[in-house]
Design a protein. Structure first.
Length: 459
């Protein structure tokens, strides 16, 4: 079987073939640390965490996700609050990692900080100047876009569209409006490093190019990020990396996630609808947030709303309901085989809706199964799928105890009744009674009659 990924540069889904046979390198643009991550920022973190887990089944993966800890937005925050820059960045790096961990995002293999790589950035800028791809002007160093014929090949834009479509800064020291900054001068009140062009700081794009080359090599397999990064950020990373490395390719596959909206509106400060992960995790279990983010295909737009969250919560109730009460050892869980169709769905450009349908198929088989060994085998399989997808990480009893206040859905009730029928048929009466008690606790009264079991909600 082959892994397929949608490559932005080719504009289609293609078979994934890494540079080396057994090792894959992946770089994801990480957060700029001046405030808490919002739920849109969490989408790439969760999507690429899942991709990393899927790749690790087959390959040794080196996954780098950087921290942008030098940026004008950070400087502005420091000026506004009077707090030192290090204090701000340290606080939000920790908050980011804690918040992502709550969503089941595993730490990357490498977490490079931009401020620890200024020497590499300076080296790269020097190589660009030496090869005629960059020029110095009034303490700035700019990339000369006209020197690179393939500029626009990733975002499929021509130069006129690029200038019209983005707020390129027109500055007197630029030879052309679309030339972008590699280095800029710093005044004493701003972070600055000694360089051949005076005391200054790097532009944003050069950071990722330098850190990717340092930790993953000149040509990486996968470069990821949100769709908004295709232009200009990734187009610029691509241009400067190739030009600094004598034309060698930078990333073999470019993978971008779609955007997340809030109740069908763009999330923005001016609309006052920015939802922070830090706040969400106080009231919504991390797995519900994770599954909401994975419920649609990663390339599609995703709407964050009460309905999408409730639907993910109900899905998890069904999954936890199926494995509840079945003892599975750690080794059974580790060794259980993941159904092939489910792996195939994930390896098909991370088709999470199809993978979830397979997951529910497994839950249905488990609910119907009567043989104790078979039930343990299926439950172990469900946990193994959970471990792959970053779900089912809680004890089922804790899961239900944690949010007993939410109304049990009809689907969950029907599934529990199905389980109870199976338990009774197999003469596991204690289990059948436990299910009835659990339903009663959730305000569901059941009645056994000649036609089967009926249920109703009671206050
Ligand atoms: P930023 O800190 O703005 O550079 O964003 C960090 C990451 O979050 C980037 O990969 C962005 O593409 C991504 N991102 C930002 N907003 C959204 C959104 N509303 N939906 C999905 N991804 C987003
Ligand atoms: Zn980047």
């Amino acid at each position: 079987m082959t892994i397929y990924l949608h490559d932005t540069r080719k504009g289609k889904k293609v078979p994934f073939e890494p540079l080396k046979d057994d090792e894959v390198t992946m770089y994801l643009c990480g957060p700029t640390v001046y405030n808490y991550a919002h739920i849109g920022n969490a989408r790439p973190a969760v999507v690429f965490d899942l991709l990393a887990r899927v790749l690790r089944r087959r390959y040794t993966l080196i996954f780098a996700r950087n921290i942008t800890d030098v940026d004008d937005k950070i400087n502005k925050m420091s000026a506004e609050t009077g707090k030192p820059i290090d204090e701000i960045t340290a606080k939000y790096v920790k908050a980011y990692n804690d918040d992502m961990a709550a969503l089941g995002v595993l730490p990357p293999d490498v977490e490079p900080f931009a401020t620890h790589h200024v020497a590499e950035m300076i080296e790269m800028i020097r190589a660009l100047i030496d090869s005629g791809h960059a020029y110095e002007a009034e303490g700035h160093v700019l990339f000369d876009v006209s020197s690179y014929a393939d500029y626009g090949s990733l975002s499929k834009r021509n130069l006129r569209e690029m200038i019209a479509g983005s707020r390129v800064e027109v500055a007197p020291y630029k030879r052309a409006a679309h030339d972008f900054v590699l280095w800029k001068p710093s005044t004493p009140d701003l972070p600055g490093w000694e360089s051949p062009w005076g005391v200054g700081r790097p532009g944003w794009h050069i950071e990722c190019s330098a850190m990717a080359a340092k930790h993953l090599g000149r040509t990486i397999d996968i470069h990821g990020g949100g769709q908004d990064l295709v232009f200009p950020h990734h187009e610029n990373e691509l241009a400067q990396s190739r030009c600094a490395h004598g034309g060698e390719d930078f990333a073999r596959y470019w993978v971008h996630n779609g955007f997340l909206s809030i109740d069908h509106e763009k999330m923005s400060k001016s609309l006052g609808n920015v939802v922070l992960v830090h706040d969400l995790i106080k009231t919504i279990p991390g797995e519900v947030i994770r599954l909401t983010l994975l419920s649609g295909h990663y390339r599609q737009p995703l709407d964050w709303s009460k309905e999408t969250i409730d639907s993910a919560r109900r899905m998890l109730d069904r999954l936890y309901g199926a494995v509840r009460g079945i003892d599975v050892s750690d080794s059974e869980r580790r060794e259980a085989e993941i159904p092939e169709a489910l792996v195939a769905a994930l390896e098909d450009d991370l088709n999470t809706p199809r993978a979830m349908a397979e997951f529910f198929g497994l839950a249905r088989s488990l609910n119907k199964a009567t043989d104790a060994d078979e039930r343990r085998r299926l439950a172990a399989q469900m946990y193994a799928v959970g471990d792959l997808m970053g779900l089912l990480q809680s004890d089922p009893d804790d899961w239900f105890a944690g949010h007993g206040e939410s109304e049990m859905s009809a689907g969950t009730i029907e599934e529990m009744l199905e389980k109870r029928r199976s338990a009774r048929a197999a003469k596991r009466f204690a289990e059948a009674d436990a299910i009835r008690d659990e339903l009663a606790k959730a305000g569901i009264q059941i009645e056994d009659g000649p036609e089967g079991t009926t249920w109703r909600r009671v206050d």
